[in-house]
Design a protein around this ligand. Structure first.
Ligand SMILES: [Zn+2]
Length: 500
């Protein structure tokens, strides 16, 4: 079955255009990940939630999405921080990678296929630099290697900057001396005393940040790939430099579709530590924010608009999530009632059911069309809430026929594969089996039962179906239903109508 591609804004062409992966339904998505030298703040999570909504939406459409997000675990800031705190690079970054992972779980963000770390891919980076040196696109000064911007005619095409605007805004460090052109940027920084370094034919040192993403994305996906994501602030110089390095080395188009997510601001101003409006996820949770409401807020504003975090927006998000939960609970009650025909007012149920189905159909079409139109989450949620109002009106008017209720329930479940906000609390657990990461998701259950679910995934993966079936029976007896998905499984409790 072919997939109708969604139209998404491409930063490269500045146009909303149909997604055109090279080999659908396969879809390669590379997302710039965190530099792990501090706890991620809520602005970082706006970006991660956007990546997640896009990831989930593309899967929902039927694409076989391979999402890769890098972890920058070596750079100037990390080294400075490690020296300040007297910890090793691995200790420091390990702590913040844990913090990042916890945030992903709290916000119901589905795991990427891989989270490559820069320090684990130095060899690929060194080879890429060698290719650039061989092609005359790079030069060595005192053990530092710089990219020669002059040698790449297309430089500035993504950011659309004039030559005089293209001087890097990064602080000019002492190791930047000796550049041929102020626009040139470091591919490799020469080793300095007491700093981590790796061997290379052009001298020991460490990679520049821009180079990491070129080397790792091409390693996973090849020299041309489908989609590259990042925050709006990364367009220049980071992504411009990624394009220059990659295309200069390969002579091929690097990325087909570039997408960028706008910033989060707090009370109308940029979030910064010095302004005292710097917020982490933990702080918001400590202030009583429901993580699902935070996820809702972060997902609810179109990604190409700035998102203003303030008390009113948070309050509104809590109210919206509560309304969805209340509606879902009421739907369950109505399903229980409608499952017992003796108590049902037949005539009213048929009329209300028909009205609800018309409203549902409209909502389904509107929701899907909004997301197809440049991931318009605000529009999609608008259709959902219109339907929620109509559904509640149908409930108020009397009984609703079971078929309409069941269609509604399955639509709610379907759209929650994208939103991850609608369902009651759910948790995700991952387990590594023979190099693959499996994910299981469902409502909170006993840790012991959850372990059983994971054990069953492992058994299935290893094709021990006898064991898997025995575990399924055990779970069923405990009131848990399991369902398999391509990358793991889901569990749910027996509903009132499914109990035998
Ligand atoms: Zn990057």
């Amino acid at each position: 079955m072919s997939i109708k591609p969604p139209a998404l804004f491409n930063s490269l062409t500045r146009k909303v255009e149909p997604l055109s992966p090279q080999a659908p339904p396969n879809l390669q998505v590379y997302a710039c990940g965190p530099t792990v030298y501090d706890h991620p703040h809520i602005g970082n999570f706006r970006y991660f939630v956007w990546v997640d909504i896009l990831h989930r939406f593309l899967r929902w459409k039927g694409y076989d999405v391979e999402l890769v997000m890098n972890l920058t675990d070596v750079d100037d800031k990390i080294i400075a921080r490690a020296m300040e705190t007297g910890s090793s690079l691995a200790e420091l970054t390990g702590r913040f990678i844990d913090s990042f992972d916890r945030g992903l779980e709290t916000l119901r963000i589905l795991p990427a296929a891989a989270y490559p770390r820069a320090t684990e891919h130095i060899d690929e980076m060194v080879s890429l630099i060698e290719r650039l040196l061989d092609g005359g696109h790079a030069y060595v000064v005192d053990g530092n290697v710089f990219f020669r911007v002059e040698s790449f005619a297309d430089y500035g095409r993504l950011a659309r900057l004039q030559p005089d605007e293209m001087q890097t805004t990064e602080r000019v460090a002492t190791d930047e001396f000796g550049k041929e052109d102020p626009r040139d940027f470091a591919l490799w920084k020469a080793a300095r005393a007491n700093e981590p370094s790796w061997p290379a034919p052009f001298g020991d040192g460490r990679p520049g940040w821009h180079l990491e993403c070129s080397a790792m994305s091409m390693q996973f996906f090849g020299e041309t790939f489908d989609v590259h994501l990042g925050g709006a602030d990364l367009m220049f110089p980071h992504h411009e430099n990624e394009i220059a390095q990659s295309e200069a080395a390969t002579g091929k188009q690097f990325v087909r579709h570039w997408m960028h997510c706008q910033h989060l601001i707090v009370d109308g101003t940029k979030m910064s530590k010095s302004l005292g409006n710097f917020r982490t996820l933990e702080q918001l949770a400590d202030e009583g924010c429901d993580p699902v409401a935070i996820r809702y807020l972060l997902a609810s504003v179109h990604y190409r608009r700035q998102l203003n975090l303030n008390a009113a927006a948070l309050e509104q998000a809590h109210a919206s999530v509560q309304r969805l939960r209340d509606t879902s609970r009421r739907l369950d009650e109505e399903i229980t009632r409608a499952s017992t025909p003796a108590t049902l007012d037949g005539e009213s149920a048929v009329a209300n059911g028909a009205a609800a189905e018309v409203a549902l159909q409209r909502a389904q079409e509107g929701f899907a069309a909004a997301l197809d139109d440049d991931l318009n989450t605000a529009g999609a949620l608008g259709h959902l809430f219109t339907f929620v109002r109509e559904l509640n009106a149908a409930f108020d008017a009397g009984h609703v026929a079971l078929s309409a209720l069941e269609k509604t329930r399955s639509w709610f479940e379907s759209i929650d594969e994208v939103l991850g906000i609608f369902a009651a609390e759910s948790v995700s657990k991952t387990i590594e089996v023979d190099g693959a990461t499996l994910v299981a998701t469902g409502p909170p259950i006993d840790a012991a039962l959850c372990d059983r679910v994971l054990e069953r995934l492992v058994a299935r993966r290893r094709r021990d179906f006898e064991r898997a079936d025995a575990l399924r029976d055990e779970l069923t007896a405990a009131g848990i239903e399991v369902e398999d998905t391509p990358d793991g499984g889901r569990w749910k409790r027996h509903g009132p109508t499914t109990a035998e």
